[in-house]
Ligand binder design. Sequence first.
Ligand code: ADP
Ligand code: MG
Length: 353
Amino acid sequence: PAPSNSPVIKLIHKGVVHRICAGQVILDLSSAVKELVENSLDAGATSIEVALKEYGEESFQVIDNGCGILPNNFKVVALKHHTSKLADFSDLQSLTTFGFRGEALSSLCALGNLTVETRTANESVATHLTFDHSGLLIAEKKTARQVGTTVTVKKLFSNLPVRSKEFRRNIRKEYGKLISLMNAYALTAKGVRLVCSNTTGKNAKSLVVKTQGSGSLKDNIIQVFGMNMFSCLEPVSICISDGCKVEGFLSKSGQGSGRNLGDRQYFFVNGRPVDMPKVSKLVNELYKGANSRQYPIAIMNFTVPTRACDVNVTPDKRKVFFSDESLILQSLREGLQQVYSSSNANFFVNKVE
Ligand code: ADP
Ligand code: MG
């Protein structure tokens, strides 16, 4: 018989698999920084500083005053699927941390050059750690630092040629996306000082986002967007079911943001910034009845029992599944209809809370 042209099936080399998967966790600059900021929040930091060089193209660094990393963990911290946050599958149902898959540091190793400086309260000096592309610890030296962790990534995507080109071509857009994401964390983090800066060429550092970290969503909105913007919003609080509610702020009917669709819309599930296209669509639709010329600003947090939602849907954790999505959307629709019908009376009235 003629030789078969059916191809041979082979196992992909481990290093190649790692690079393929890493590219799904770390999609772009903002998803890279997001992972590091979330790690700092998970470490209990009350101060987080994000420092970019050349809009992140050269390097980015996240500096925190969190709990630090224990010396025993140095060898495994950047290995794939190594985490201090999840031990059992059932832990997913009671998740209170941003991270849980142990993929961020290992993915960043695969896609750039990763170094970590860290110190816990048990140590008198800090340690500087260098990792290779597979997440192995290749160098370790003592250094001076306060308790906390600094993670630095240089030359992200330098070994994914297409992504790297995209990154450089879209750097301003990527940077804008990052700022919007930093705003989301500044809105949701309670009692955390958050600073983001960028340095280009020989120019001095410029600050782009800065919050002092107050205790309430209202104060955070005022810090991030200013009092003028806040005065255009009205509070919403909608009870969905036992232990399940939506709280936040929405544009008053005559005072939308007037900009692009989705601009200044921030959605959170139990404080985690997520994409909620269906909620956004619903808010826009109902707002249209009150104001057809503009889009509403929306900053809303959904409090849902952890067992009733699943954030383990996409590698970047921006998507959430709910056990009863239709109930949530229906309650939201009814609640918002009330908000906009009662505020119709205040049409174009600028009322400060
Ligand atoms: P995950 O967050 O899913 O656990 P990561 O790869 O992001 O996975 O981080 C791996 C582990 O490294 C974390 O579980 C945590 O123990 C530790 N870690 C990472 N960043 C920090 C930090 N900024 N401060 C303290 N520990 C950290
Ligand atoms: Mg993490």
